[in-house]
Each structure stands twice: as structure tokens, then as C-alpha cells.
Design a protein around this ligand. Sequence first.
Ligand SMILES: [Fe+2]
Length: 314
Amino acid sequence: MTDWHFPIVVENHTGLKDMAGVLTWLSTESNGFKNQLATSGAVLFRGFPVKTAEDFDAFASAFGYGDFSYQESLSNAVRINHTARVFSANEAPPDIEIFLHHEMAQTPISPEKIFFCCLSAAEKGGATPVCRSDLLYATFKERYPDWARLFASLGLKYMMQMPAGADLTSGQGRSWRSTLSVETVSEAEQRLATLGYTWQWQEDESLVTRTPVLQAVKALPDGSESFYNQLIAAHLGWKSTGSGKSDMLTFGNGDAIPEASLTALASIAAEFTVPVMWQNSDVALVDNHRVMHGRYPYSGSRKRAVIVCLAREQ
Ligand SMILES: [Fe+2]
């Protein structure tokens, strides 16, 4: 691919110096950026005076999308809120790579847009890779039409383990109480039943859940199709719950997913992935339906601070 602009980069050419100026500018320009997002899947804003979580909250709010709060989500990552809308991207330790995924595609409730903001870039590493899932799926379909048909027709079921208490050493360590917004076992079971999940309590009071059948391929408004699922993250990164990694993600009918198809997907994804090399004050707007993201490991004494704001179309 030589003719794609991904992500689109918007720089502060007019030299806006404060957030009041930025918000006035966005009040006339944000619709144009939303249109660019619809075709490119990601827009990176660079060089604007976004210094704090509050600045970022105001920047993201200027686009007029609906709120999508961490509390109401079924995300399994541990996060810390900075403002009502803004929270840490993922509290997983620096040496852990977070593999490409669509935010919360392993649950029935997921955001349509994601804003990222870099308040402090890592000394070394820590880029956010972004990958065009529509191009990935078009290529996969062309090279492996039989596998593509299976994914599209059968959908997927995800097994998730939710610990009894928050596990900060894991990229997926959110407790079941927090994940399900409940206090008691019976409230948890009620919530799971409403969502169509099945579940099993473990001896250590953790919970193993299985989703209803979720689609693996999503039709996008422009007629393209996105590989909207967590296959790559699951294949490369998820810890086994004990019964074997292949149990964690199956086709919707319970059949095992061929290992070779996952290897092929991970390899095609690399063709459509670009790392966002963060600079302080960067804001990236990503279409979560078209684009996957991840996080490369990082190191150094300076703390990497990348925060996010999730949003609904409206
Ligand atoms: Fe994420």
C-alpha cells in the first residue's frame, strides 16, 4: 500500500497557544475531521496545547460524541479515572505488550470511537500500533476465502477470567465486581444472565465466563467489512485459564479455530499496522470499528502517560 494516509496527521499550523483557541477552532473544524476519520480510520493531532486530562477532556468533548464510561463497560483491563470521561489507557506493566485489538470487541458493549492523549511519552518504546482491520479482512478474504467464510458465518465465543480482586500484573486484571458493576455473587449472576453469558465460579472466587455468539466481521457504513474481534490479541497474548488456550476463543458453535488461520491473520495484520510514536500533547482519534490498536512495551525512568476517552457515535 503506497497511497494510504494512515493516520492522517493534523498539525497546529496556525500556532494556537491555549485551549480556548483550540476549542473555538474545533467548533468549526471538528465535523471535517470526523469526515476524514470515516475514510482513514485514525486522525493524529500534533502540537496543540493539550497539557492535562482536563484539556484532553475538553478537546474530545468538542467533537460532540456521546459518552461511553469505563464503569459501564465490560472491559477487563484495570484503569484509573482522571475525569468522568478520561482514564488511563491500561495499567499493565511496561514490559507487557498489548497486542492489536478492537476495544471491547470481546463483549456485547463496545465504543465506536477512541481518543488517546499522550501527556508524557516513554523514554524508550511505548508506541501505540494501529491497524486497518478493513484492509486486513479484505486481504484475508482474498487469500483464505474458506476461513473467512467460517469466521463470518459462525461468529465467535470468548471465555474470560475475572479475578476476585484487581490484578495489576495483568493486562486483563479487572475484578468481576468492577467489570460487572456489582457487589455480590447473585448480582453478578443476574447481570451475566441478562447479557446472555454462561459462567463458572472457581475455587479462588474468580469467575470464568463465556459470551454469547458475537460477530467476527462487522459491516461498516461505507460498505466495507472489518474483522471486528479479538482473535489477534487472543492468539498472541491471552493467558490460558487452565483448560487450554484454544478454549478461550472458539467459533460460535464451539469448534476450535485453526491455529494456522491465526498465524496468517497476525502476519497480514503486520502489513496494515503503523506505530503512533507519541510526542507530548498528541491526541489521536481512532475509529474503533475500522482500526485496531495495541501498545508496545516501554522502558526508562520517565513515566509514560497515555490516557483515553471512549465515545459513542451518538
Ligand atoms: Fe485498548
